[in-house]
Design a binder for this molecule. Structure first.
Ligand code: APR
Length: 230
């Protein structure tokens, strides 16, 4: 059955039970920090040290986090299906949960790059500090897509979405574009699932809505898919 393709579109909610804050909603990350100051090129130009500190703190939290049952269930699903994870998350919990085919639309916090060249990436486990320069002389920055910057992996993600037999949307408010438009590229005949304790933004005639946390809803869907293929 490895010819059947499960495409997963995930957001911050799938990492919530691993202790990583979501963005919107109670206690969301954007409540603590104004987006404009820590996640835009303007904020970077204005106060790069504040931006570096924000992502250094998030990188520490990601290193301390462990994959939850949702990420592990998706990793295990690769035993039966072709699985592609398209995530808006910058953490590496999908990879650490066992997924081997992950597209990060908004970058990866465990990687860094120069401020000029977005294509040469470096592993980054620790802090990035002001004054840490790349070979091209520019300040090193986190490999994260800020608001207003292009989403270089979007075309790749769209091509993947077009080949989905199953779509699992999990842990995203679907408020940020172009990422959220991905659900529109999935073939009409694909079976769609949505996992969210507070689902919003999608009409349920298109989706099997699983009103649950990721660590409960995703394993449930994975078992349903296994049963389909038994
Ligand atoms: N399990 C599943 N879903 C959850 C859980 C959970 N335990 N807890 C919260 N959620 C859901 C929320 O109900 C919400 O729908 O996860 C979603 C989180 O939405 P956002 O905080 O908006 O995160 P996301 O959709 O990933 O944001 C998209 O916005 O700020 C930018 O670049 C950032 O990639 C991010 C993008």
């Amino acid at each position: 059955m490895r010819d059947r393709h499960v495409v997963v579109f995930s957001g911050a909610g799938i990492s919530a039970e691993s202790g990583l804050n979501t963005f919107r909603g109670p206690g969301g990350l954007w409540e603590g920090e104004p987006v404009s100051l820590v996640a835009t090129p303007e904020g970077w130009r204005k106060d790069p040290e504040r931006v570096l500190r924000f992502y250094n703190e998030r990188r520490k939290a990601v290193r301390a986090a462990t994959p939850n049952l949702a990420q592990v269930a998706l990793g295990e699903l690769e035993q039966i299906f072709k699985v592609t994870i398209i995530t808006q998350n910058i953490d590496d919990l999908h990879e650490r949960g066992g997924s081997t085919n992950v597209i990060h639309l908004h970058g990866e916090i465990m990687k860094s790059r120069s401020s000029r060249d977005p294509t040469t990436l470096f592993a980054c486990e620790g802090d990035i500090v002001l004054g840490q320069k790349a070979d091209d002389g520019s300040q090193m920055r986190p490999h994260v897509v800020w608001f207003g910057e292009s989403v270089p992996m979007m075309d790749t993600a769209i091509a993947v979405a077009k080949t989905a037999d199953f779509l699992i949307v999990v842990g995203t408010s679907l408020e940020v574009y172009p990422a959220a438009s991905l659900v529109d590229y999935v073939p009409y005949e694909a079976t769609r699932f949505l996992v969210d304790p507070m689902p919003s933004g999608l009409t349920d005639e298109d989706f099997h809505i699983v009103e649950a946390k990721a660590s409960e809803g995703v394993p449930r869907i994975a078992n349903q898919l296994r049963a389909l293929m038994a």
